[in-house]
Design a binder for this molecule. Structure first.
Ligand SMILES: C[S@@+](CC[C@H](N)C(=O)[O-])C[C@H]1O[C@@H](n2cnc3c(N)ncnc32)[C@H](O)[C@@H]1O
Length: 240
């Protein structure tokens, strides 16, 4: 498991964060353009308290949330208990309790797929995806002002270009998505920034944010599972 202190320790504040995030649904829209899930089988891996499950369930044939942290999996189950096309299962990105070639979209939002080191999860997603299916990874873009600067101040060893080069080398596309986070009041904004950053950077972020709106850019990386036979390691012409 990868430690996720924000949602593990402050699930109520993280819920407020999810509500404030991307109020114009720019991320969902971009995802839908590339990998529309209408009528398809979707997995949300690292689903946390299941915030995104209901959105997928509106048009998907089925939705499975996979979550390794038991209290969050339980919260997700409670959230979607009334939706008969949605299930929540214990598991992780590298070990999904799903048969081979059983789903069409594996979605991960700010979960597990943070760059070098997530190869086991990519392999696992390609196992559970049907040919033509997609692994869609959504994470924050640390190259964008101002949120990225706070991220880098908080995580001095994080190298955004190394992360992006990793996904590029693994055959993922990249789309950058500008969003707006809108908070109902300053108190909520301050609580959310307080769980995302250490005290010093949180204080700076609060100081540098007037009002209740924040510009935040995301990265959307997509890799499709080939429909035909994948030939590995071939670099010469057929005559070689
Ligand atoms: C920042 S939260 C995001 C939750 C959810 N995707 C959302 O957007 O509300 C990261 C989640 O990844 C989960 N996680 C931690 N290690 C994981 C792993 N190895 N595989 C899948 N998920 C993992 C955490 O328990 C947590 O629920």
């Amino acid at each position: 498991m990868i430690a996720s202190p924000n949602i593990w320790h402050w699930p109520e504040v993280y819920e407020q964060e999810n509500r404030a995030q991307d109020t114009h649904s720019a991320v969902y829209s971009a995802l839908r353009v590339d990998t529309d899930w209408a009528g398809l089988d979707v997995v949300d891996v690292g689903c946390g308290t299941g915030f995104h499950l209901g959105m997928f369930a509106k048009t998907a044939r089925s939705v499975i949330g996979v979550e390794p942290h038991p209290p969050l999996a339980e919260a997700a189950r409670r959230r979607v208990g009334h939706l008969d096309t949605v299930r929540v299962l214990p598991g992780s990105a590298a070990h999904m309790p799903l048969p081979d070639e059983s789903v069409d979209l594996v979605h991960a939002r700010t979960a597990y797929f943070f760059g070098p080191g997530c190869g086991a999860g990519i392999t696992e997603a390609l196992r559970v995806l049907r040919p033509g299916g997609a692994l869609a990874i959504i994470d924050l873009d640390a190259t964008a002002h101002p949120y990225g600067e706070w991220m880098l101040a908080d995580l001095p060893h994080y190298r955004p270009r190394v992360v992006e080069a990793f996904f590029d080398a693994q055959g993922f596309s990249l789309r950058r998505i500008d969003t707006e986070w809108n908070f109902p009041d300053r108190g909520t904004l301050e609580r959310v920034l307080g769980i995302e950053f250490g005290p010093k950077v949180a204080a700076r972020a609060i100081r540098e944010t007037p009002g209740t709106t924040l510009a935040v850019r995301y990265r959307l990386h997509i890799r499709r599972k080939p429909r035909g036979i994948e030939v590995g390691g071939f670099s010469g012409s057929p005559a070689d």
